[in-house]
Design a protein. Structure first.
Length: 377
């Protein structure tokens, strides 16, 4: 009887220790929203992959938040690059009381979702949504990790006017918040630099036939077309430009068309030879540790890299860095730390201004050489 009691006591202490250890683990749930269905699914999947790497790295590192070991979980939602799906996903994450959100990918989805995150008090960092309005709404929960459309559209217009010495350009956008935003900045800057905008045309983010608008642009002798939209439409547009004898007309665009998949969508390397596109940030080879990071990415997700993944990765790590500094994963407690931190990420030095905009964002212009993206700066 005495021996049994002693054994039971030892077992009781052991189980109690295990229970206390389990209770002492802090579970941190991070939401992620991007399109993993529809024409932008390859871009969304790239971001999901980046964040998945971040979650695994964080769990392997044994991160402490307020002297408690944290275990990180990702809750991924698909918004199909659709504003209505985006707001539904945001509300779902709010209802689940996640600790923070990485997302959304497209500006059209991010802008309406940002209000929902503001109302429920959950910080979100968009890896790549570029519409300037995102950080002009006065929300203390919205952040972005790269240059906005004001920098992108202006940078491409300067390249067209100052470097290429073009005189006549046409502007096309897909009527989304992203496409309209970047195209409008390009148009205004181009005109201020003396470029003649000879035509303005509109498509949609589901368009497949661009022949009528391209025919109209061809009649006005445009030397270049700026397209505000995604690669899913830019690819067919490039094929149709070739068929209409417009192979020497340059195509400009922002990060939405600046993907490795554009070559496939355009049909051949020759069809992208006259493309100049921009990304808000440094090329991955020029990012601090970017080459080594991409090697890890390619080993895990071969053939899937589109350029967005490092931003999804860094966004997750920045949220967690703020939690570590605050000693809490409570959004109300760690959110203020996001405005104070200076964090060296894969994409560069990350510091936010008072609006949630990245301080000193880089921008890289690209062209395609033999079907491969090559930085111009």
């Amino acid at each position: 009887m005495h021996r049994f009691s002693r054994t039971a006591l030892v077992l009781g202490i052991a189980f109690a220790g295990t229970s206390l250890q389990a209770q002492d683990t802090l579970v941190v749930r991070l939401g992620h929203v991007s399109p993993t269905s529809g024409p932008a699914a390859h871009l969304g999947a790239d971001n999901v992959n980046g964040m998945r790497m971040a979650i695994d790295d964080l769990n392997a590192a044994g991160v402490l938040i307020g002297n408690r070991k944290a275990r990180f979980e990702m809750i991924a939602e698909d918004d199909g690059a659709d504003p209505k799906q985006g707001t539904a996903a945001a509300q779902k994450l709010c209802d689940q009381k996640v600790n923070g959100v990485v997302g959304h990918l497209t500006s059209g989805s991010t802008l309406p979702a940002s209000r929902i995150y503001n109302d429920c008090g959950i910080p979100h960092i968009s890896p790549v949504a570029t519409n300037a309005k995102l950080t002009q709404q006065g929300y203390k929960t919205s952040f972005r990790l790269l240059a906005n459309d004001n920098a992108m559209g202006a940078g491409l217009a300067h390249y067209a006017a100052d470097t290429l010495k073009l005189k006549k350009v046409a502007v096309v956008d897909d009527r989304t918040a992203y496409g309209q935003g970047v195209a409008e900045v390009f148009k205004k800057t181009a005109r201020s630099l003396g470029l003649q905008v000879v035509d303005e045309q509109y498509a949609s983010d589901k368009s497949v036939d661009f022949t009528p608008l391209l025919t109209a642009i061809r009649a006005k002798n445009a030397e270049a077309i700026f397209y505000g939209g995604l690669d899913a439409q830019a690819g067919p547009m490039l094929r149709q430009m070739q068929m209409l004898g417009m192979g020497k007309v340059r195509l400009f665009g922002g990060d939405g068309i600046c993907t490795h998949r554009l070559v496939e969508l355009a049909g051949s390397p020759a069809n992208v030879a006259a493309v100049t596109c921009g990304e808000g940030g440094a090329s991955v080879d020029k990012m601090p540790g970017g080459a080594a990071w991409k090697k890890r990415y390619d080993a895990r997700f071969p053939g899937q890299f589109q350029g967005n993944a490092p931003y999804g990765y860094d966004a997750a790590l920045v949220l967690v860095e703020a939690m570590k500094r605050a000693g809490s994963a409570d959004p109300a407690k760690y959110a203020p730390e996001l405005f104070k931190l200076s964090y060296q990420g894969v994409t560069g030095r990350i510091e936010f201004d008072s609006t949630g905009e990245l301080k000193n964002p880089a921008m890289t212009l690209f062209q395609f050489k033999d079907g491969r993206k090559a930085p111009l700066n």
